[in-house]
Design a protein around this ligand. Sequence first.
Ligand code: PEP
Ligand code: MG
Length: 361
Amino acid sequence: EASSSDDFQTLLSWADTHRRLKVRANAETPEDARRARELGAEGIGLCRTEHMFFDRERIDLMRAMILARNKDEREPYLQKLRVFQQEDLLALFKVMDGLPVTVRLLDPPLHEFLPHGEEDVVELAKRLGRSADEVREAAASLSEVNPMLGFRGCRLSVVMPEITRMQVSAIIGAAIEAIEQGYQPYPEIMIPLVINVREIRLIGEIIDSSIRKMLKEKSVSLRYKVGTMMETPRACLGADRLAPEVEFMSFGTNDLTQMTYGFSRDDAGRFIPDYLENKLIEHDPFVSLDQRAVGRLMRMAVEESRGANKNIKYGICGEHGGDPRSIQFCHDLGLDYVSCSPFRLPVARVAAAQAQVLSEG
Ligand code: PEP
Ligand code: MG
């Protein structure tokens, strides 16, 4: 099928000369990043750092760190996690040489990092030097009824700022290493699940002070940005206040949809099919943006924040970033980029070009 693949390449290069929206990928591994570059990614728009800790050894360290009694007990686990984090990010910066890589601070639904059964409890008890009962109790004290609306995102940075310090030091450490090896890393540090400017100031100060210290020690200069996810209605409604403190805003429309509808991401699948069948909703809002509601919050956020800070770059990194109708909306809204799964990049490039052509009438 050489000819149809040639046709497709022709279509994609047509798309690239016509689109204004940039396309980025959501990726955490060098393999995905490489594939993303091949498929035309102009950066990584979302690196979900929690996904980098899912394999066996790392998840055990992460669980122990989360269940540790205090900062001192957390420290040795953080040091080990930092090594993994830095190695992984170095690999990512190398693949994405010269292009922006948006690294999001840890945003786990916490239950993913709690023990899942007796075997985990026994393993953790051994690691932490505590009894199985103590571990069960510590885990129970962190277990949540609704983890998707719980102890996630920057809330974790507020309660355990040492995690943020570890991550920032891994991000900047990896960037410095990449520079030393002749690459041009461009990290963008992104704060998840923000609701207000005070969170950004508090966490921004942790980020900035760590970065200043590290860059001064090594006397290197590094291009980087600090920005925020826009994924709570509260953040969108107060975007003008957030604006002076950030260099970019990225709409997390998965969470923004969940919170606008009050449909838990964990549970919505149980009733959305019936909502569709009974025509109570026009389409699945987790697949294609609900422009009247979620889109309206986005529009409000862009207009008000732009009024307060002209230099902000805007993106979207929820699933909608790869959906053609949603991409059209993002184009009309004047976002700078969409970020989606690597395999959706070709469709995103074409949709972005189509949006441009349509807007030119
Ligand atoms: C989002 O909420 O849209 C998002 C991109 O973040 P996550 O899906 O990781 O919560
Ligand atoms: Mg989110």
